[in-house]
Design a protein around this ligand. Structure first.
Ligand code: 2F8
Ligand code: CA
Length: 122
């Protein structure tokens, strides 16, 4: 027994890559309903793994306090893989992070894009 059908096993986690687009909150809700959460990128391997994806929501937001980026598990961001010039809080309203093939970008949380869920492998 490994990861659920249509989830991918990598290292010690199971990952789900969406085929449709949702807002950051809706994406997170989708993950949580399945015992997972949006992906938390802890190391370079996980960053490289998820770079094959198009633009995807990751479990990172600064909606509590502008400029203080926190993972969905409550841990403050240490190592980030931001695209150069990001995060820029464009139009003073970009509090959710998305991963693009060339790095992370902050986007308005209300934008819809793809997402990646992560949960521990059984
Ligand atoms: O690359 C700079 C800038 O590009 C867009 O704004 C023009 C992005 N916004 C959206 O895609 C909604 C910004 O997040 C990005 O910083
Ligand atoms: Ca931005």
């Amino acid at each position: 027994y490994s990861c659920p059908h249509s989830w991918i096993k990598f290292s010690s986690s199971c990952y789900f890559v969406s085929k449709v687009k949702k807002t950051w909150s809706e994406s997170r809700q989708y993950c949580r309903q399945r015992g997972a959460d949006l992906i938390i990128i802890n190391n370079r391997e996980e960053q490289i793994f998820s770079m094959g994806c198009h633009s995807v929501w990751i479990g990172l937001t600064d909606s509590e306090y502008e400029g203080r980026w926190k993972w969905v598990d409550g841990i403050t961001l240490t190592t980030g893989y931001w695209r150069s010039g990001e995060p820029n809080d464009a139009d003073s309203g970009e509090d959710c992070a998305a991963l693009h093939p060339d790095g992370w970008n902050d986007l308005p949380c209300s934008v819809t894009t793809y997402w990646v869920c992560e949960k521990p492998a059984p």
